[in-house]
Design a protein around this ligand. Structure first.
Ligand SMILES: Nc1ncnc2c1ncn2[C@@H]1O[C@H](COP(=O)(O)OP(=O)(O)OP(=O)(O)O)[C@@H](O)[C@H]1O
Length: 307
């Protein structure tokens, strides 16, 4: 597995107080990696360290397989970033801003300016000066600037801030397309669970400067599938009966002693009948679905996985 970014025990302190503590991120090639956490969790600081805007107090960063140092200009040239609110030359047009950026980055394929403007839906208004742009238009121009040099890694700090629902949807599709068509790896932060959920392949949950969990959406999907929950005073016996007489292998007993049966094709009535036949007393049976929100809240509240 090729990793585009890896951090090891990454730490940053301001005046002795750690705002990022021992963070280990593993961002794989081609994936959308979502960093989720409330305001102040340390997401921006992590991104600033990966882009060399802030120096770590301790720990290491590896980008494109090489350790990041003060002289990693080549690695930085392979990244496109928006960190905090993008700043432009207000009196210049959108096109001129992108043109200047290409000059500055030493990127001479000017055809990509048209492509970038087209991708973010600013093609018709690229000759307007940026001072007349709405917040959403500036945000899209920021993304155009981040992708104009065809980076291999995009780092986007809260890219949907200030966008209306349609704009958010367009960006979501753009990110997915950039991943799929151009193979660009993306690190995207957000404090909105619903957003990260819709685009990310892997999610890092941060709070108070700490990485609470790094988990694939595939794994989360398994945790949030439908299950049958049986309340009984005899959970171990019930689990035994289900496994031995119905060959149900995906049975879990929760801390509260409830039985959960995941992805079973056996009808609920059959399960009940078998338990009763083996003298298991049942208090209640419910069909349930774990929500993604429960899952993340349990992580943020210091619990493990919603069992
Ligand atoms: N230059 C700085 N000096 C002192 N404290 C800082 C500095 N930069 C960030 N912090 C503090 O570090 C903590 C993490 O900030 P950071 O911006 O990384 O969080 P975040 O998760 O990106 O949240 P937000 O979305 O609000 O920016 C905050 O408590 C912030 O006040």
């Amino acid at each position: 597995m090729t990793h585009i970014v890896r951090t090891k025990q990454l730490t940053r302190a301001y005046k002795g107080k750690e705002v990022v503590s021992n963070v280990n991120l593993n961002i794989k090639q081609g994936e959308i990696y979502g960093m989720l956490g409330p305001n102040g969790a340390g997401k921006t600081t992590v991104m600033k360290m990966i882009t060399n805007l802030v120096k770590p107090t301790a720990g290491e960063i590896e980008v494109f397989g090489e350790r990041l140092t003060d002289k990693s200009y080549r690695q930085l040239g392979r990244m496109g970033t928006i960190i905090e609110t993008p700043v432009f030359y207000d009196k210049l047009t959108a096109r001129d801003n992108l043109d200047l950026h290409c000059e500055y980055m030493g990127y001479h394929n000017k055809k990509s300016i048209d492509e970038a403007l087209e991708l973010v839906n600013l093609k018709g208004i690229d000759n307007k000066s940026v001072k007349d742009f709405s917040l959403g238009m500036k945000q899209r121009l920021g993304i155009a600037r981040a992708i104009v040099t065809k980076p291999e890694l995009l780092i986007l700090d809260e890219p949907i801030n200030g966008l209306d629902p349609l704009g958010i949807k367009e960006l979501r599709e753009l990110f997915k397309m950039l991943g799929k068509e151009y193979g660009i790896t993306m690190l995207i932060s957000s404090h909105i669970l619903g957003e990260i959920e819709l685009i990310a392949d892997t999610v890092a949950v941060m709070n108070n400067g700490k990485l609470l969990q790094e988990v694939s959406m595939e794994h989360i999907a398994k945790q949030t599938t439908e299950y049958i929950e049986i309340t009984t005073g005899e959970s171990n016996k019930a689990a035994y009966v289900l496994e031995h007489y119905l060959q149900i292998s995906n049975v879990r007993v929760t801390d509260e002693g409830q039985i959960r049966i995941y992805d079973s094709n056996i009808p609920q009535s059959e399960i009940m009948k078998t338990l009763v036949m083996h003298d298991v007393t049942i208090e209640s049976v419910h069909k349930k679905k774990g929500s993604l929100e429960d899952y993340f809240l349990s992580i943020l509240n210091g619990g493990g996985i919603v069992a």
